[in-house]
Write a protein that binds this ligand. Structure first.
Ligand code: ADP
Ligand code: ADP
Ligand code: MG
Length: 620
């Protein structure tokens, strides 16, 4: 096959990897901001499809199909997001005579509306959330909310990605929430249809992976826990879901198979459920008719390659496994590494990855590599860190260790947030609900000063051993006779720190260092520092009166850090003779004109008073 991947980033790379292993060729399609992205160079061939705007690139069915025709592609894998659940695109691919590596368009369609999906689930004997979806009349929706009992959730029928969802706590708030949800849904999906559902109070998001073929075979591959969510979007996932009563686990898996079988499902898909943590009751949420971001945790515990199974099913081959052969071994956890700042409301971040050190013994499915530029155009998810172990505690420990070893410099990510999360008791106990992040304050980024001390210490040590660019930086050579004891470092937040160098300190942190700067991982948070050139901290005082014939005087109380003159020296005007430090700033005191030094009254370390005479000159 020659598989065109109608996607970008980590999922494009992940599909390319399996395709190449199986001996298929691949075609990457890309928009301008991705021209240097790894997935573009890793594919057998690549085709530009347009500018950054989604409508003229990754969402342009026409351009992607044109690229397929030009390159002679024989199959299309849509990845997730973008056109993956667009039945028009799937049909166009099939009509163009290409293999669609995804579920048949009719099952995508069947699950496309949450209203229809609820009907189908009900008919298949799968429990659905008590709710109302029979009418779009606002009065009827409000009356239904009253019957269901507050709190309720209003939810877009066409929804996805957590958009068009609002919790409503009482009748008074219903109208406003409905209006907001409708307008968000209209903007996002061009469809404002709503469902009113009972809001499950202690909700856990548990889902079941299924895979089918074109011969009517279908198996489930166990559960995944995806309750760690922020704004209804998943941040961390596990397989299998922990702490489920046996009946719940069996029920979930059987329900997923029933629903998928009812629509003749023939590819990889996921049936999502809400589990009430208080009762163990479960309810159908929706079915995602595509590969999911979190599929690696299922691959880890089943030993299967879901992309491989999708490709073989699409090619008409029967599934190589039966339900009884599906074995779930161990536990796996995935942390989504997003370019966003959890300490700042998860605000999206842009940047350039100047340092990247990935721990060993993990699966790292990444869009980024060293040097990658994160532009504001696309999703914030830049990588997935996946670990596994024989059991959940081992996997959690492996995740903690991996997060402490992962060094990403130049780009703020949520890795430190994940490290914090791993230690929280609901997480340790496997009882996290989707409300966890709403109910708990996320700590701000760990202290940059502490990380700065590590950075300075590592840099100072490197200077001793290396003769590279660090050694030639001016701040290291100004007082060569005395070892550096402090250093000015600029933190990625923009803050400049003056940090002590602690030579006897054991550096246990993971650090990446090069000519650009140093990144220190402290408690999972990557801190990127550059050395502040001493000269940029000089505030030259050019007022002639301080340097003219009579003397150099201290303009304010300060500490002398440097003296570059001795009695008898001939100096030029502008030559810096003394450097003083005050308010963490260095100030250079230059000679006001040419002259011969008479007396030097201070030495480094001396405290000066305002207007104190520091150096005198002989009259010429
Ligand atoms: P989307 O298509 O946006 O993924 P879902 O229906 O899957 O929408 O819901 C997204 C998330 O919202 C779920 O993972 C869950 O956390 C939460 N959620 C949805 N419905 C309910 C409900 N009735 N009660 C509590 N939480 C819910
Ligand atoms: P001291 O302990 O007397 O401050 P150091 O040798 O540690 O001596 O440092 C000399 C001076 O240089 C100090 O004032 C220190 O703050 C300053 N310094 C060290 N590193 C830098 C740097 N990267 N940029 C600017 N100034 C620096
Ligand atoms: Mg969902």
């Amino acid at each position: 096959m020659k598989i065109l991947i109608a996607n970008r980033g980590e999922i494009a790379r992940r599909i390319i990897r399996t395709a190449h292993r199986l001996g298929h060729q691949t075609v990457a399609v890309y928009a301008d901001p991705d021209v240097n992205a790894p997935f573009v160079s890793e594919a057998t061939q690549a085709r530009r499809i347009g500018p950054a705007a989604l409508a003229s690139s990754y969402l342009s069915s026409d351009r992607i199909l044109a690229a397929a025709a030009e390159t002679g592609a024989t199959a299309v894998h849509p990845g997730y997001g973008f056109l993956s659940e667009n039945t028009g695109f799937a049909r166009a691919v099939i009509e163009a005579g290409l293999i669609w590596i995804g579920p048949s368009p009719h099952s995508v369609e069947a699950m496309g509306s949450k209203i229809q999906a609820r009907r189908l689930a009900e008919e298949a004997g799968v429990p659905i959330i008590p709710g109302f979806d029979q009418s779009q009349d606002r009065g009827e929706l409000a009356a239904a909310a009253g019957r269901i009992g507050f709190p309720v959730l209003v939810k877009a029928a066409a929804g996805g990605g957590g958009k068009g969802i609002r919790i409503v706590h009482d009748a008074a708030g219903f109208e406003a929430a409905l209006t907001e949800a409708i307008s968000e849904a209209e903007r996002s999906f061009a469809d404002g249809a709503m469902i009113v559902e009972r809001y499950i109070q202690r909700p856990r998001h548990v889902e079941v992976q299924v895979i089918g073929d074109k011969h009517g075979n279908l198996v489930d591959l166990g559960t995944r826990e995806c309750s760690v969510q922020r704004r209804y979007q998943k941040l961390l996932e596990e397989a299998p879901a922990p702490n489920l009563p046996d009946a719940t686990r069996q029920g979930l898996r059987a329900s997923a198979r029933q629903l998928a079988a009812a629509i003749g499902y023939d590819s990889a898909g996921t049936v999502e459920f809400i589990v009430d943590d208080e009762t163990g009751d479960y309810f159908f949420l929706e079915m995602n008719t595509r590969l999911q971001v979190e599929h690696p945790v299922t691959e880890s515990v089943t030993g299967l390659d879901l992309v491989e199974l999708m490709i073989s099913s699409a090619a008409g081959e029967p599934l190589p496994i039966e339900q009884s052969q599906v074995q779930l071994v161990g536990h796996s956890i995935e942390a989504r590494i997003n370019a966003e700042d959890p300490a700042n409301g998860f605000a999206p971040q842009i940047g350039t990855v100047v340092h990247l050190r990935v721990p060993e013994n993990v699966r790292w499915d990444a869009a980024i590599e060293h040097g990658s530029v994160i532009s504001p155009h696309y999703d914030a998810m830049v990588a997935k860190l996946i670990v596994s172990g024989p059991d959940r505690p081992t996997a959690l420990a492996a995740m903690a260790e991996a997060l402490e070893s992962l060094v990403i410099g130049g780009l703020v990510t949520n890795a430190g947030f994940h490290r914090w999360l791993i230690d929280q008791s609901p997480m340790v106990e496997g009882r996290i609900t989707t409300r966890f992040l709403d109910e708990n304050d996320i700590p701000s980024t760990a202290d940059p000063h502490e990380a700065g001390i590590i950075a300075a210490t590592v840099l100072a040590g490197r200077r001793v051993h290396a003769s590279g660019p660090w050694a030639s930086l001016p701040e290291f050579s100004l007082t060569p006779s005395r070892p550096l004891r402090h250093m000015f470092l600029k933190h990625h937040s923009g803050e400049t720190l003056e940090v002590p160098i602690q030579r006897d300190r054991a550096v246990g942190s993971h650090v990446a260092i090069d000519d650009i700067g140093v990144t220190v991982n402290l408690n999972g948070y990557s801190h990127f520092f550059t050395v502040v050139d001493r000269s940029s901290h000089w505030a030259p005082i050019s007022d002639q009166s301080h340097g003219s014939a009579g003397a150099i005087i201290s303009p304010f109380p300060a500490v002398v850090t440097e003296v570059n003159a001795a009695p008898g020296d001939e100096v030029e005007g502008g030559e810096v003779l003394v450097v003083i430090e005050a308010m963490k700033m260095l100030h250079s005191l230059p000679a006001g004109g040419p002259g011969t030094v008479a007396e030097v009254r201070v030495a480094p370390g001396d405290q000066t008073a305002s207007n104190q005479i520091l150096i005198t000159f002989k009259e010429h």
